[in-house]
Design a protein around this ligand. Structure first.
Ligand code: AHR
Length: 491
């Protein structure tokens, strides 16, 4: 039996709702066909936004959505995406499949999508191929409420009110697709560009996010923090879980137990990455003012056969659900440094919450994890400790269990625990310090490692009620089956 200690009287930081954020890029069928179908589509929509997708995302309380990229952000020129649609300039989406981008989804449409979702917009600006003036004018267009050329243009295009842009990214992956810059060069560019990301409303300050490292590139973090740390509010981190390596990522659904464990071990690396980048940030920012913004994370497999290789479409199984659950636990544990995280990418791209095919839609196992974890949003991280050991599965070394716990403002304790093993079920003795239990509710997501939903069987994998727990003298005991995610709500 594993002992698990939860002391809800000792809290260790605030779990911002933004840790459960999402990312939408002009890539494949994420925007077009996924989130947006256009006003004239037969698929039910409100001002072009798919009603089924919007409703599903609202049900998991999506807190923030990043847009327009990704690599696309650094070749996006926002003025091409405003004004009458028939006049909007077309462009080639060179990064993603070489398809024609007709710019029918632009700033106004993104803001309308966020309004319908009731989530905060996170807009990513163009440093790689854009100018300081262009970025500056975009911010003026979106957020200035007075009389000015850009605010007047916004009004002419049908939106009188200024929007709020709580989060703004100054470039994306500028070490790669965003201009192949050195960290020193980027850090100086960041200082310059961010100067002109003006706060027109002093009460609604824009949280400025600098391009951070790719995975374990600690040198990038070191240089950018040293040169530009004082000018930013957040530093991004991108980390994708790629089984084995980038040349052999494998299939999203056809994989062995060994592939599964390799994937899980890779996903758990996120903890080390946050710890080590965080330690560098601590040297320049000991008060933890600057947030680590993990604005791209998730699994990345080979694209589904028969689909455009530039569209990054992949199916989603219980393996992805386990990756999502352990990653969200890691973000919770690091909530004093991680201010936001955005799974890549919401609909039809990489580790999606939702897949669509024409008018049909399905919720992936990953979606169901977000549905369970939403109860952590805006809670305090509780002090928790699990007696656990590391196991070997082939070459992979992983713990069997992984968890996080939080306390909501009304005192309810939420525990999310993952059983990473494909073979072992575990019994857990939970010691709840200084607490009497009045009521317990549970839910579980569990299935075979490759179980998934299809358009013909969209509910094959979904969460169900969990009742395999019993009271003990010290708290609560429960059994967690292999390959599962459990959420317990304790009052
Ligand atoms: O999410 C797909 C791509 O991965 C993004 O556009 C880019 O930022 C990253 O390399």
């Amino acid at each position: 039996m594993n002992k698990y200690y939860v002391n809800s009287n000792v809290t260790k930081g605030h779990i911002r709702k933004e840790l459960q954020g999402h990312f939408s890029e002009h890539l494949g069928r994420c925007i077009y066909g996924g989130l947006y179908v256009g006003e004239d589509a037969d698929i039910p929509n409100v001002d072009g936004m798919r009603t089924d997708v919007v409703e599903a995302l609202k049900a998991v309380r999506i807190p923030v959505l990043r847009w327009p990229g990704g690599c696309f952000a650094d070749e996006y020129h926002w003025k091409d995406g405003i004004g009458p649609k028939q006049n909007r300039k077309k462009m080639v989406n060179t990064h993603w499949g070489g398809v024609t981008e007709d710019n029918s989804f632009g700033t106004h449409e993104f803001m309308e999508l966020c309004r319908q979702l009731d989530c905060q917009p996170y807009v990513n600006g163009n440093v790689g191929s854009g100018t300081v003036q262009e970025m500056s004018e975009w911010v003026e267009y979106m957020t200035f409420s007075g009389i000015s050329p850009m605010a007047d243009l916004r009004r002419k295009n049908g939106h009188a009110e200024a929007w709020q842009v709580p989060y703004f990214g100054v470039g994306n992956e500028n070490w790669g697709c965003g201009g192949n810059m050195t960290p020193e060069y980027y850090a100086n560019e960041f200082r310059r560009y961010q100067t002109y990301v003006r706060n027109y409303d002093p009460d609604k300050k824009i949280y400025k996010i600098a391009c951070g490292p790719n995975a374990a590139d600690y040198e990038w973090t070191e240089s950018v923090m040293r040169i530009a740390g004082n000018y930013m509010d957040g530093l991004s981190l991108h980390y994708y879980t790629v089984p084995y390596d980038w040349n052999s990522r494998g299939h999203a659904l056809e994989f062995s137990a060994q592939d599964y464990y390799e994937t899980i071990e890779k996903a758990l690396l996120l903890d080390e990455l946050i710890t080590r980048h965080g330690a560098i940030m601590d040297r320049y920012d000991p008060d933890r003012r600057v947030g680590l913004i993990v604005d791209e994370w998730g699994t990345w497999y080979d694209v589904e056969e028969g689909t455009n290789p530039g569209f990054l479409y992949q199916q989603n199984s219980m393996r992805d659900a386990i990756v999502a659950a352990l990653s969200l636990n890691i973000f919770n544990k690091h909530c004093s440094r991680v201010h936001m995280a955005n799974l890549a990418q919401t609909v039809n791209v990489l580790q999606s919450l939702i897949l669509t095919e024409g008018e049909r839609m399905l919720l992936t196992p990953t979606y169901h994890v977000f549905a369970m974890y939403q109860h952590h949003q805006e809670n305090e991280l509780a002090d928790s400790h699990l007696e656990e050991d590391i196991r070997c599965a082939g070459n992979a070394r992983i713990p069997v269990l992984q968890e996080s716990a939080s306390v909501s403002p009304d005192g309810t304790v939420h525990i999310t625990m993952v059983n990473l093993s494909l073979e072992e079920s575990r019994e857990i003795e939970t010691v709840l310090t200084d607490r009497t239990i009045e009521a317990v509710k549970g839910e579980i997501l569990t299935d075979k490692m490759d179980a998934h939903n299809t358009f013909d069987a969209p509910d094959a994998v979904k969460a169900r009620e969990f009742s395999d727990f019993w009271r003990t003298e010290s708290g609560l005991a429960f059994t967690i089956p292999p390959c599962s995610v459990v959420h317990l709500e304790i009052r």
